[in-house]
Ligand binder design. Sequence first.
Ligand code: ATP
Length: 228
Amino acid sequence: MITFEDVTKFYPRQERAALRNINLEIAKGEFVFLVGQSGSGKSTFLRLVLREYRATSGTIYVAGKNLATLNQWKVPTLRRQIGTVFQDFRLLPGKTVYENVAFALQVIGRPAKEIRSIVPETLELVGLEGKEDRPSDELSGGEQQRVAIARAFVNRPKILLADEPTGNLDPETSIGIMKLLDRINRADTTVVIATHDSSIVDQMRRRVLELRSGQLVRDQAEGVYGSA
Ligand SMILES: Nc1ncnc2c1ncn2[C@@H]1O[C@H](COP(=O)(O)OP(=O)(O)OP(=O)(O)O)[C@@H](O)[C@H]1O
C-alpha cells in the first residue's frame, strides 16, 4: 500500500536530509507505529505519503501510484484515499458533530441521501451516537478526536495516517482512541500512526518503525517503543 524505495528528502536550504535512504513497505491492512525523537522525520514521512512534498530522490508508491510521476490534478484523488488525523483535532469551529463529519462528504460531492445514511453509521462506529447535534467545540478532547477520526474515515479511505493522535489526551482516553484506530484497521484500512506515546506503543504490540535523524534504524514486528 505504501512503498519507499531509497527515499531521501532535503528541505530547501537545509544541509541535513530530513529523511535519508528510506526503504520500507507497508502492506494493505497493516497497522504501523512510526516512532522517533522530535525532528527525526516522522511528519516528513507522512507529508511525503500525502504528496504535500515530493521526495528529493528515490521512489514512493502509495495505493499503486508512483508519487513522483503523479499529475498534480490527480493529487486530490490520491488524498481521498487517505484519511488524516492530527494531535489538535482540526474540527470546524461552530459546527456540530454531524456537520463536521458530513462536510467531508459534501466537499467531494457525495449525494445528500448517501450522506444521511453514512454519517450516523460512522458516528456510531466511533461511539458518538446521540451526540450528532452537539457543537463539536463543547466536547471533551477524546470526543473531539473521535469526531476527527469519524471525519477521516467516513469516506472509507484505504489508508489512515495519524500524527500524534493522542498527544493532547490523558492516558485512559488515549487507550480508547487506540482501540478505535485498531477497529478501523480491522475494517481493512492500512493505519500509520506517528507517535511519542510510549505506553500506547508498548500496549498495542504492533509493527514499529523507528526513525533517528532521518534514517530508519528499526523495523520491528510486535514492537515496543524503545529499542530492545
Ligand atoms: N518545512 C520545513 N523546512 C525546513 N526544514 C524542515 C521543514 N519541516 C521539517 N524540517 C526539518 O526536517 C527534520 C525532520 O522534521 P519532522 O517534522 O519530519 O520531524 P518529526 O519527527 O515529525 O518531529 P516532531 O515529533 O517534533 O513532529 C527536522 O530537522 C526539521 O527541522
